[in-house]
Write a protein that binds this ligand. Structure first.
Ligand SMILES: [Zn+2]
Length: 232
């Protein structure tokens, strides 16, 4: 009761605004206004999840099943602004909201019973401590709400990755190969997993994580990211 009054008071003094256009939000809106949601650069990868540029990217490097991205990444576009706020402006709620929006799209397109677990790519514990949260896990939480599939933190990260910028694609994959492992306390054997991350650039991290999960007996691993595109 009191918390609701306090919440209403805060909303009066500091009205919630849209993360993109800064317009005041209605009660039924969360993070983004309806107009900005309608204008998000949504991909249609979920309509051809086995035949799109993400699948082409991972082909031959991991057993490709489905690979999808909610948004198309474009410099100075809405997706870049949202990702920047999610990662660097202490706005974990944006990740949850984007997960919810994408989860609803996936649900409406028949993906209601595809997965047993949703697993985010982990951040290094030190990095997560500094940021306060893992942005990919926030995306997973939103997807979980919309799809009614539990989030299971099955992957662990063992060490810091060296800077990747001057490495070739194969070197990058080798470089991250030793970094990820499956948490021994989690049961992934025979499970159908949706592995999620914030962005797909070279795909090295997602390929490595998918391979680690498949080696430990996952039945299948599908991939979903918030944004992907050529101009990252
Ligand atoms: Zn807006």
């Amino acid at each position: 009761m009191y918390s609701k009054i306090f919440e209403d008071f805060l909303a009066l003094v500091f009205p919630k605004t849209c993360c993109l256009c800064k317009r005041s939000l209605f009660d039924f809106e969360d993070q983004l206004c309806k107009i900005c949601i309608a204008e998000l650069p949504v991909t249609n990868y979920h309509l051809r999840p086995q035949n799109n540029e993400l699948v082409t990217k991972i082909m031959g490097l991991t057993k490709p099943n489905l690979a999808m991205s909610f948004l198309r990444f474009s410099k100075k576009g809405g997706s870049q602004i949202l990702l920047h706020q999610l990662k660097y402006k202490n706005k974990p709620e944006i990740g949850v909201e984007l997960g919810r929006l994408y989860g609803n799209i996936l649900y409406q397109n028949g993906f209601s019973n595809n997965w047993d677990q949703i697993t985010p790519v982990p951040l290094h514990p030190i990095k997560q401590k500094i940021r306060g949260y893992n942005q990919s896990e926030q995306f997973a939480i939103g997807l979980s709400e919309a799809l009614d599939v539990p989030v299971v933190l099955s992957l662990i990260r063992k060490q810091f990755t060296e800077t990747q910028t001057k490495k070739s694609r194969l070197q990058r994959i080798e470089n991250v190969a030793e970094v990820f492992d499956v948490d021994l306390m989690k049961d992934v054997n025979g499970k159908r997993l949706l592995l999620v991350d914030d962005v797909m650039t070279t795909g090295a991290t997602l390929i490595t994580c998918a391979n680690v999960l498949l080696e430990k007996g996952c039945q299948l691993v599908d991939l979903a990211v918030i944004a992907a595109g050529k101009n990252q």
